[in-house]
Design a protein around this ligand. Structure first.
Ligand code: BGC
Length: 744
């Protein structure tokens, strides 16, 4: 630990701290004993470049444990598990002397075609926030930092370096910033990484509102913010906006010094930005020095086990007709599909790591002592289907009791850097599936894909369907664990599987063009849209089967304050094997007019994963605070939880609500500002408005409201000004009321 603060440094030294030394290192100041630590990717394992000068040398990274990417691990709905993965990742950073691992990424899956969906968690900010918070706590428990990214609104790859995401403040607050806010407040990430894109016209790297007003001012963040790689276009603007560190360096530190001398950056601002980098170095120092002194080595085999456990919990059982799963170990198994021996286990781009071990599905069967026969069925390239491969697959299918068919998105179909153009998997795989299913109806499909694919057109060909996402290096073993029933599947979808891409709420506007993209669907992202608009889906958000069943009972909902409540419910494993369930709590808002704007029909506000033996019951409880009920009011520029009757729903998925109970809350008492253009309803439902009108004419307006429903509705929606025009109140009363409210 050094006692040096930024104040003790020269202007040149301060400027130097605010940019990196090279692609993957901070710029240290050796003369002052300030080390230039390594910071590198992330996010589902450590990707440490062998050669610091080469951006393209990623494939030659130091081998490390490849944990399941976020798209997989999100389905575990288990922050304890992500914490465990984080601890292991932190240990690998210690061995490799990496002070910050770049991740996790918690951008929202606005559209399943987004190229980095595999690296992101969910279409819901609570799932993303809680899952990623676990990972961050795990890494940082080892004395190593994380970099929560990409702040904010990096929800597409098309034009990602420039595009301006045009988003309402409400959608930002409720959806696109929400996971970041949750994590900053609960898990205190050491660093954040800004996104490349612009938000409402301003680059995130220069966005004072985002980096300074909201992040530091409102959320109280005291860590540092770095740029995404190459996201800085103007050093002065970024430093003034609140960005501490430019990565990699543009070698313009002298321009920063000049800017301070010319007054375009204040000396205090540069000092504060440099201090953020110094604080980070000081935080990382103890663990880095200790690991170096002890020549720390992590346990490779133990980490592979953690990767396997994470993969086990990432698999979602979507379909299990005739209880085809778990497989009967005595029956012959044909494994078809190139993915069974050439697995897809991670995505392409900056997160691509070199695994220290890799288990395929075929290896998994072998390790489990289950003899299988294999046919590749198809190739993973774009070549036309080879008739001989189809014939071989058909023959193998016909000669075995059951077929495990491994299908999915080939590596080239999805990556950082571009968006997908279709929800479909290659048609040749589906053609082979049809032939295989005709030869043998007992087919279980195992899907490998980093982002949602359509299943509607072909899933009737399979009795069993496992969504196994990308599972990291131990994925093959995990798939076999679930197929054989060694592990009871417990994954739940963290994103909806729509029937068609046209059903997605951002279909019309994704990915935009001419430099901008309009988020017209506003807060109606994912299930918030599908459930509100009652759109049929293939599989809903939160869905996932188990080899056992769970039932809920004894729902008790108790208000504990004007905007808070305690909820408890009993969950019982009613089946015949042990298993884990995810209890999901959704809140439905009061009906209009209590809710003065369009809100999703319900939103996930809590969840808990519970493991229960056969027949076991357990009570699960949740404490809900005002944010569980609030929406972002653009008029108030604040969160607002209105008074009214909410509904608490306990559900197996967003479409399978098992229990619900009303909850009447007093609300937070916040009212929209009253003006002459506020409606009669707004005046009369605000105690302040009623008091003013009482004081003027004994609230004659209230008495003037007609009883007849149609006339009443018309009048209640009239601005006070119009009510005066129509003669419901004297002009004098209007003027006095407006004067009184303006003075308050
Ligand atoms: C990605 C980041 C990554 C960085 C460093 C960028 O292109 O957007 O997620 O951490 O490169 O590899």
């Amino acid at each position: 630990m050094t006692d040096i603060t930024a104040k003790d440094l020269t202007l040149e030294e301060q400027a130097s701290l605010t940019s990196g030394a090279d692609l993957w290192h901070l710029q240290g100041i050796p003369a002052k004993d300030i080390p230039g630590y390594m910071i590198t990717d992330g996010p589902h394992g450590l990707r440490k470049a062998q050669d610091s000068d080469q951006l393209g040398a990623l494939q030659e990274a130091v081998p490390s444990t490849c944990f399941p990417p976020a798209a997989g691990m999100a389905s575990s709905w288990n922050p304890e598990l992500t914490r465990k993965v984080g601890v292991a990742m932190g240990e690998e950073c210690l061995q490799e002397q990496v002070a910050v691992i770049l991740g996790p990424g918690v951008n929202m899956k606005r559209n399943p075609l987004g190229g980095r969906c595999f690296e992101y968690w969910s279409e819901d900010p609570l799932v993303a926030g809680k899952q990623a918070a676990g990972l961050i706590e795990g890494v940082q428990s080892q004395g190593v930092g994380t970099s929560l990214k990409h702040f904010a609104a990096n929800n597409q790859e098309t034009d990602r370096l420039r595009v301006s995401a045009r988003i309402s403040e409400r959608a930002l607050r409720e959806i696109y910033l929400r996971a970041f806010e949750y994590i900053v407040k609960h898990a205190h990430p050491w660093t954040l990484m800004c996104s490349y894109n612009r938000i409402n016209g301003v680059y995130s790297s220069e966005n004072h509102w985002l980096l300074t007003d909201v992040l530091r001012g409102e959320w109280g963040y005291d860590g540092m913010v770095m740029s995404d790689w190459g996201a800085v276009h103007d050093r002065v603007a970024t430093l003034n906006g609140g960005l501490n560190l430019e990565m990699p360096p543009s070698h313009t530190d002298d321009e920063v010094v000049t800017a301070v001398r010319m007054g375009s950056i204040s000396a205090e601002q540069l000092e504060a930005m440099a201090q953020g980098v110094l604080d980070l170095i000081n935080k990382a120092r103890p663990a880095m020095e200790k690991a170096k002194a002890e020549n720390y080595r992590y346990d490779v085999a133990a980490h592979n086990e953690v990767a396997r456990q994470a993969a086990d919990e990432s698999i979602v059982l979507l379909k299990n007709d005739d209880d085809i799963l778990p497989l009967d170990g005595t029956k012959s198994v044909a494994v078809i599909g190139e993915f069974a021996r050439t697995p897809r286990y991670q995505g392409g781009g900056s997160s691509h790591i070199v695994p220290n071990k890799l288990t395929t599905v075929l290896d998994g069967f072998k390790e489990a002592g289950v003899a299988v026969d294999f046919a590749p069925g198809f190739t993973l390239d774009d070549a036309d289907q080879d008739a001989a491969l189809t014939a071989e697959a058909e023959k193998l299918a016909g000669s075995h009791a059951v077929v495990v068919m491994c299908m999915g998105l080939p590596e080239l179909a999805e990556s950082e850097g571009f968006d997908r153009t279709s929800l479909d998997i290659p048609s040749k795989q589906i053609d082979v599936l049809r032939k295989v299913a005709a030869a043998n109806p007992n087919v279980v499909v195992v899907l490998s894909n980093g982002a949602v694919v359509s299943v509607a057109g072909w899933q009737d060909q399979a009795k069993g369907l496992l969504e196994s996402w990308l599972l990291g290096q131990a994925g093959g073993a995990a798939v076999v664990d679930v197929l054989m029933g060694t592990v009871n599947p417990s994954g739940r979808l963290a994103e909806t599987i729509p029937v068609r891409i046209e059903d997605n709420p951002s279909f019309d506007t994704f990915p935009g063009g001419e430099g901008s993209v309009d988020y017209n669907e506003d807060v109606f992202v994912g299930y918030r849209h599908y459930d509100t608009s009652k759109v049929a889906v293939s599989y809903p958000f939160g869905y996932g089967l188990s080899y056992t069943q769970f039932e809920y009972s004894n729902l008790a909902v108790t208000p504990v304050g004007p905007t808070s409540a305690h909820v408890s419910v009993t969950v019982t494993n009613t089946g015949h094997v042990a298993g884990s369930d995810v209890v999901q709590l959704y809140v439905a808002p009061p009906a209009t007019p209590a809710t003065p704007l369009a809100r999703p029909v319900h939103e996930l506000k809590e969840f808990a994963k519970v493991t229960l033996a056969e027949g076991e019951s357990r009570e699960v409880s949740f404490d809900l605070d005002s944010r569980a009920f609030a929406y972002w009011s653009e008029r108030l520029h604040d969160w607002r939880a209105v008074a009214g009757e909410y509904t608490i729903q306990i559900a197996h998925s967003s479409r399978d609500i098992a229990l619900s109970a009303p909850l009447t809350l007093e609300g937070d008492g916040k009212h929209l500002p009253l003006t002459g253009m506020s409606t009669v309803n707004e005046w009369l439902s605000d105690p302040k408005g009623v008091a003013i009108l009482e004081g003027i004419d004994g609230n004659a307006l209230l008495k003037a409201v007609p009883d007849e429903p149609f006339a009443r509705a018309m009048m209640m929606e009239m601005p006070l000004h119009s009510a005066a025009v129509f003669g419901y109140l004297p002009k004098e009363t209007l003027d006095k009321a407006v004067e009184a409210v303006t003075k308050q």
